[in-house]
Design a protein around this ligand. Structure first.
Ligand code: NAP
Length: 290
């Protein structure tokens, strides 16, 4: 199965590298050529001349782009060149409506679409330990399992197109709460004058342990917020969740509060930092700066 990755950012580059090492990647493409060249130099794969040439030669295209409008642009271009029977698997986080719209656009050309948002962070993409929540035709999913096994540790079929993104919305609401809890608790610990490496070590091993404190805890207490997962992208995800909730006239306190905090941080120029930059908003509660 000839496979291409479109979008070589924090997530896409790692996925492309793992597919290449598994002998499954034909080529990869990124909008900004310098980023493509840097990922290709790191992993050894070939960069396609254009998105169109990559799409035309592929049985499977895996997309990893920022937001809804970006996916729509990429899919419009792919629909013109990919052959009937081929598959687009999107790992970006977008709305359910966008997943359904691009699926219809592709199906009109006989191209299959699966919405396949992921969790596990940049590290998960690099180490092939991501989990994938997938919406779409299960038979199509079965066909591409060798590629998914090369980039993830767990794949769950959730139902029709859009159900992957609905599941990801659950994940992103939970991540907001975890980010709030971890940043607040660690800011408290730092104020107590504790050895924060020891704190992270011991709480990670107990009932409060979680992926975020384990992977981001030490860095945040040192004031290092390198992404990871850009704060502006989680803000985009929570806006999607807010819209879904508004359809049922529901407001979730944690979603609303985190959006306000992220918006303040984005106004202060921290949108391209990791979501753990929420720590910047917690230390001042104790009269301290990051
Ligand atoms: P990122 O590092 O900011 O990379 C974004 C990628 O999208 C870049 O390759 C960018 O190309 C490309 N792109 C954006 N707009 C485009 C367009 N209009 N046409 C073509 N390419 C476009 O983001 P990321 O962290 O890899 O995240 C990618 C997606 O996965 C997002 O939807 C994010 O919410 C989701 N996600 C991220 C994580 C995480 O931990 N990072 C985890 C799970 C899911 P350029 O280089 O040209 O800008």
């Amino acid at each position: 199965m000839k496979t291409t990755v479109i979008g070589l950012g924090a997530m896409g580059a790692g996925m492309a590298g793992n597919l290449f090492r598994a002998g499954l990647l034909t080529q990869a493409w990124n909008r900004t050529p310098e980023r493509a060249q840097s990922a290709a130099a790191q992993h050894g794969f070939t960069v396609a001349d254009s998105l169109e040439s990559a799409g035309a030669q592929s049985d499977l295209v895996i997309t990893s782009v920022s937001a809804d409008a970006d996916l729509q642009q990429v899919v419009d271009r792919l629909a013109r060149v990919m052959t009937a029977g081929s598959v687009v698997l999107d790992t970006s986080t977008v709305s359910i409506d966008t997943a359904r719209t691009v699926a219809e656009r592709l199906e009109a050309h006989g191209i299959h679409f699966l919405d396949a948002p992921v969790s596990g962070g940049k590290e998960g993409a690099e180490k092939a330990t991501m989990v994938m929540m997938i919406g779409g035709d299960e038979a199509v999913l079965e066909q591409i399992m060798p590629a998914l096994n090369a980039i993830s540790r767990k794949v769950v079929h959730m139902g029709p197109v859009g159900s992957g993104q609905a599941t990801k919305a659950v994940n992103q609401i939970m991540c907001a709460g975890i980010n709030q809890a971890v940043t607040e608790a660690l800011a408290f610990g730092q104020h107590q004058g504790l050895d924060m490496d020891k704190v992270v070590d011991v709480v990670s091993s107990g009932a409060a342990g979680n992926w975020f404190v384990e992977h981001r805890g030490r860095n945040m207490t040192r004031g290092i917020f390198e992404p990871g997962f850009r704060l502006a992208l989680h803000h985009k995800d929570l806006k999607i969740c807010q819209t879904m909730l508004a359809a049922d006239q529901v407001q979730l306190p944690m979603v609303e509060m985190t959006l306000v905090h992220y918006e303040r941080l984005m106004e202060q120029g921290h949108g391209d930092e990791d979501i753990s930059a929420l720590y910047r908003a917690k230390r001042p509660l104790f009269g301290e700066d990051v």
